[in-house]
Design a binder for this molecule. Structure first.
Ligand code: KIV
Ligand code: ZN
Length: 512
């Protein structure tokens, strides 16, 4: 019988550590529900001690998700572990994931601790975590740059204390597949009680090798858990991409000979949801989930595909959920068809009033755009969520004028804590004019780091999805707005970023 490969998703924790990818509690719950539909084995829902917001999100996810194990990260200290345990209380299956750096560089320069102190803290942390759950994961942070003898001492000791998963972290993406895989193999061979734990890989993509390193850890090193994120979201160059691991192991079952519990048909929905919530667009040529991943442009390829699909296709687009997105709604579609599509997309609105409000926005959009795709519905529901929560800024209306040879002018109306504000300004371009107009009233002092526009679907009728990344006092946030008018989408995105800047949730960075 083939072994099972455990898929541990950390989109909501390590993924969220990407600059600007921080999510609200509701957004995290929506992603967690999609991860449950995808049937991931473990969802790392956050880092409970990092912020009250993260704590609340883990608590809510623990109460909502039934089929996946819910995990919280914690540094190797009692306060973090107790906080993780408290947030996980309602989970049907819970895991505490505790970590401490083991490389000479991190111990000396960052922790300012001796190896013996690190060893002792790791032991204490696992012992304490075991008081709350018998599912405890331990990660030697910067493991791939740690000394083998010391790693062996630490890992043997934490397994003795009851750690059930050992996660070999390539924190800075320094690993090379063969070396990383062999290091893991050698750890498993040298540590006498290594068979008492499941071994896991956790790789970062700084050299573009996160997926290759993870798979080497599985095949050479014998890991049976992969830690990964949807779309490879994560700090710097990101983490191992879940969709690539899943489809590699599934497509090349002849080589990997491993079973997965994943429902691959949910991959594309998960990818779109994460991209839309975080504002991190998926590059068109991204494996599995990029818009071009299954597009054949060359005549020779198209001809081959028509004759026999497997001439140029090693997986089927529909197996990862692409075909589900073709269904189109329009102006004449009724409330029932709309509601059914929401259900099929896994969107659960809480009350009939929310369905009605979303349906009203759908009708408004259908008046301006003849075909409504799934991506439009996702954007519309996200707008709806923002309209309902307690955010300070809301878009109301916009008038904008551009003419060759003239400075563009924008007149924007928005509301701030319920009162309407009108403003106008010129700018180098229409978007600059909008930002100048809003800033003339808000004076946020934020710096715009990124402005990007993406067509949500195909054709000139497509809605534009705009991402604005703002930075202020070391905080970086992404605001996302969608509208068939990209200038309106830009105003929505800017206001959404201002809302995120105002939110009080400060985060600790677990690697610091
Ligand atoms: O990259 C890393 O080392 C981590 C640990 C906290 C597992 O994310
Ligand atoms: Zn990491």
């Amino acid at each position: 019988m083939a072994d099972k490969l455990i898929i541990f998703d950390t989109t909501l924790r390590d993924g969220e550590q990407s600059p600007g990818a921080s999510m609200t509690k509701d957004e995290k719950i929506r992603i967690a529900k999609q991860l449950e539909r995808l049937k991931v084995d473990v969802i790392e829902a956050g880092f409970a001690a990092a912020s009250p917001g993260d704590f609340e999100a883990i608590k809510a996810i623990s109460a909502t998700i039934k089929d996946s194990t819910i995990c919280s990260l914690s540094r190797a200290n009692d306060r973090d572990i107790a906080r993780a345990a408290e947030a996980l209380q309602a989970a049907q299956r819970k895991r505490i994931h505790t970590f401490i750096a083991t490389s000479p560089l991190h111990m000396e320069k960052k922790l300012r601790m001796s190896p013996d102190q690190v060893l002792e803290q790791a032991i204490q942390a696992v012992r304490y975590a075991r008081q709350f759950t018998d599912d405890v994961e331990f990660s030697p942070e910067d493991g791939s740059r740690s000394e083998m003898d010391f790693l062996c001492r630490v890992i043997e000791a934490v397994i003795k204390e009851g750690a059930t998963t050992i996660n070999f972290a390539d924190t800075v993406g320094y690993g090379v597949p063969e070396l990383y895989g062999n290091m893991l193999k050698s750890l498993r061979e040298r540590i006498p009680n290594s068979d008492k734990a499941i071994w896991s890989v956790h790789c970062h993509n700084d050299l573009g090798m996160a997926v290759a390193n993870s798979l080497a850890g599985v095949m050479i090193g014998g890991a049976r858990q992969v830690e990964c994120t949807i779309n490879g979201l994560g700090e710097r160059a990101g983490n191992t991409a879940l969709e690539e691991i899943v489809m590699a192991v599934r497509t090349r079952k002849d080589y990997f000979n491993l079973d997965l519990g994943i429902d691959a048909s949910q991959i594309v929905s998960a990818s779109k949801l994460v991209s839309q919530i975080t504002g991190f667009a998926v590059q068109p040529n991204k494996a599995v989930v990029g818009a071009n991943a299954f597009a054949h442009a060359s005549g020779i390829h198209q001809d081959g595909i028509l004759k026999a699909r497997d001439t140029y296709e090693i997986m089927r687009a529909e197996d990862v959920g692409w075909s589900a997105n073709k269904i189109v709604l329009g102006k004449l579609s009724g409330r029932n068809a709309f509601k059914q599509r929401l259900e099929e997309l896994g969107i659960e609105l809480e009350s009939e009033a929310e369905v009605n409000a979303a349906f009203a926005r759908f009708k408004e959009l259908a008046d301006r755009k003849s075909e409504i795709f799934d991506e439009d519905i996702l954007a519309l529901v996200s707008d709806e969520e923002h309209a309902n929560d307690n955010e300070a800024f809301h878009f109301v209306s916009l008038a904008q004028r551009s003419e060759t040879g003239e400075l563009p002018l924008a007149k924007v109306v928005f509301s701030r804590e319920g009162s309407e504000i009108s403003c106008e300004a010129n700018g180098n371009g229409p978007v600059d004019a909008i930002v100048n107009a809003i800033e003339s009233k808000v004076a946020s002092g934020a710096e715009l780091l990124l402005f990007s526009v993406n067509a949500i679907t195909t054709g000139t009728q497509s809605q534009g999805e705009v991402t604005m990344r703002l930075s202020k006092s070391g905080r970086i946030v992404n605001g996302v707005g969608a509208d068939p008018d990209i200038v309106v989408a830009s105003a929505k995105a800017y206001l959404s970023a201002l809302n995120k800047l105002q939110s009080k949730t400060e985060k600790l960075n677990p690697q610091v």
